[in-house]
Design a protein around this ligand. Structure first.
Ligand SMILES: [Zn+2]
Length: 392
């Protein structure tokens, strides 16, 4: 049966196909046609173009169903993407493929007390490395993704986590990589993209709230990838839970971020962030938790839940994905997050039919999130990016 085709621009149709391939990792023609609401004939014509442009490839493979065709369509892995991820300790730079394979990666350390000037110099050094590496191999980058922690619509000019001037970095790009499309984004948006594209059996296919508990605490609304507002940052980390609480980087006291970010956790556990990142999921078993610390942890997670619940009260939505250190905890401990959501969600979690899923944290794997974001930018543009610097 053929579905009626929706009126969409050529770019939108190509974007629907490419983002579906990015999120699924590959698809046979019939399910692909259904997923993007195209007849197989129309799909064929577009796949022909995408193949000719080197954006997709098709491998003949036995289909998993009787009488099925045999072409498995996937994104072409020879497309090269650039990725830059700013963390509290270094700037990661890399080149990788649409499927997330990194061919080159380097970390340029940040000074102890970074300033706009010194971070600018770190970016120049990383961009020079990137230019030299790609030039020697005659590789043309199809898209570059840059992730900056805390970058938001309200903080484009003054970044609250690590000082940096996005406008100036954009100019450096234009100078060193003319014609290559570059997109800046908030780290949480990049991590949401990373999980959405790289997690097998990602818990939600439709609109949901992604919450990232890392250097900061922030969320992103995740929706149909070809919608304009497919990925919108949500500043839920600065909900205040008591003005006598710990000081937050935003200048206020008692923000949920000041209680639950990775630096706040490190502080509570008397460890450093680096130690926690190195331990990965093992911090839970390696660092002994006294009953006082465990109680405090649960109380903080409960506040995180309240912040998430409040966000859902403002904009209802059925799914929540939490990524970050809470995901490492045993179910009985992280239940505090769910209790917090339940305690403040209008009508409670059952009535609101909200389901919560935990996915492992993706900090420490830089620049994978920036690479996934670059892939997303390319596919969402339908492989027809306008060469420009833009903020997502
Ligand atoms: Zn704050």
């Amino acid at each position: 049966m053929e579905m009626p085709e929706q009126p969409r621009s050529r770019r939108q149709t190509r974007a629907a196909i490419l983002t579906h391939l990015l999120q699924s990792g590959g698809s046979f023609r019939p399910p692909l046609a259904r997923a993007v609401r195209l007849s197989e004939a129309s799909l064929s014509r577009i796949l022909f173009d995408l193949k000719a442009e080197g954006l997709i490839e098709e491998v003949r493979r036995p289909a998993p169903y009787v009488g099925g065709p045999t072409g498995l369509v996937s994104l072409d892995d020879s497309v090269a993407l650039g990725a830059l991820e700013l963390t509290s300790q270094w700037l990661s730079v890399g080149v990788g493929s649409l499927s997330g394979e990194l061919h080159y990666t380097e970390r340029v350390p940040l000074p102890k007390k970074p300033t706009i000037e010194s971070v600018g110099r770190v970016f120049r050094e990383a961009l020079t490395l990137l230019r030299d590496w790609t030039r020697r191999r005659r590789i043309a980058l199809a898209q570059v993704g840059i992730t900056i922690p805390g970058l938001g619509r309200l903080s484009v000019s003054g970044n609250p986590i690590i000082p940096c001037d996005v406008g100036r970095i954009g100019d450096m790009f234009a100078e060193l990589f003319a014609e290559v499309p570059v997109t800046f984004t908030n780290s949480v948006v990049a991590h949401a993209t990373f999980h959405r594209c790289r997690t097998e059996n990602y818990p939600f296919n439709d609109a949901h709230l992604f919450v990232f508990v890392g250097q900061g605490v922030a969320g992103a609304w995740v929706d149909d990838p070809i919608e304009d507002d497919a990925l919108d940052p949500v500043e839920l980390g600065h909900m205040v839970f008591g003005t006598d609480g710990p000081r937050c980087r935003c200048g206020h006291h008692g923000c949920v971020e000041a209680y639950t970010s990775l630096p706040a956790l490190a502080d509570l556990l008397r460890a450093t962030e680096t130690e926690l990142l190195q331990l990965g999921p093992d911090w839970v078993t390696t660092i002994p938790l006294t009953s006082r610390v465990r109680r405090e942890l649960r109380q903080r997670l409960f506040r995180l839940g309240l912040a998430i619940g409040n966000t859902l009260n403002v904009k209802p939505c059925r799914g929540v994905v939490v990524s970050g250190w809470p995901s490492h905890l045993a179910e009985e401990d992280r239940k505090a997050v769910i209790d917090g959501i339940d305690a403040c969600l209008l009508g409670g979690r059952k009535l609101a039919q909200v389901s919560v899923a935990f996915v492992p944290p993706s900090n420490g794997n830089d620049p994978q999130a920036a690479l996934a974001f670059a892939a997303f930018c390319l596919t969402r543009s339908g492989g027809m990016p306008a060469a420009s610097t833009e903020a997502a």
